[in-house]
Design a protein. Structure first.
Length: 230
């Protein structure tokens, strides 16, 4: 076959491939609305009382709300009735993975709160049968003295059942048609004076109590009840 004809065949194949790819991107996205409704329903049942801990809500700022457009937002400050210790719990789930990629500790604490990132190390927790890879961040605000420092235990929830230690896997979902199943994130915020063993014990207690919501967020695209239009 002459070179000109080979080039024509290749060009035709490229056009067909491009057309197929365009048709794929134009297909209607999966209907994630039943899944997001389930997340909201379960979130509404999450407890304010866990063992010796009692929680109160603290509000999401307008800037953060506009950025996240959350489907589920739980932001609670827990106080231990016996020791007086505090820990903050944040669980957020969005209906489009693109909305959460700029809302995680390395951005929120450095940009929005003006704190310096002191360290970031990978952690892994086992809570019941749940294996959680995560990241532990330490932030410090030099402008307000040594007491202004926090440790944030952080992990991401993907609707296909995966738990991720950072935002990389979530960012991959932003170009997928399943991005409309969104993603979730969990943060627990401690004072730096709280020892690691204590942080881990508190985290295990609170995550176990909120596990129904975490598992609901993880069961999006792998849930057979999630209907599709395609």
């Amino acid at each position: 076959m002459p070179l000109r004809e080979i080039a024509a065949v290749i060009a035709s194949l490229c056009l067909l491939t491009g057309a197929a790819g365009e048709a794929w991107t134009l297909r209607p996205p999966p209907d994630a609305s039943p899944y997001h409704a389930r997340c909201r329903q379960v979130a509404a049942t999450m407890p304010y009382r866990v063992g010796d801990w009692t929680a109160r809500d603290f509000e999401l700022t307008r800037d953060a709300e506009g950025l996240l457009r959350p489907n589920v937002f739980i932001s609670r400050d827990f106080t231990n009735d016996l020791s007086g210790q505090h820990v903050s719990l944040l669980i957020v789930q969005v209906d489009d993975a693109r909305h959460i990629t700029s809302h995680y500790p390395p951005i929120c604490y450095t940009t929005a709160k003006g704190m310096d990132l002191v360290s970031a190390q990978r952690r892994a927790w086992t809570i019941g049968s749940l294996s959680i890879p995560g990241t532990e961040y330490e932030f410090r605000c030099a402008n307000f003295g040594p007491g202004e420092a926090v440790i944030v235990e952080n992990f991401m929830l993907l609707p296909d059942g995966r738990i991720a230690p950072n935002m990389e896997l979530v960012k991959e979902r932003t170009i997928e048609r399943n991005r409309y199943f969104g993603a979730g994130q969990v943060q627990l915020v401690f004072a730096t004076s709280v020892p690691r063993e204590t942080r881990d014990a508190v985290m295990a207690e609170l995550i176990e109590a909120y596990r129904p919501l975490i598992e609901t967020v993880l069961n999006g695209t792998r849930n057979p009840k999630a209907s599709r239009h395609d």
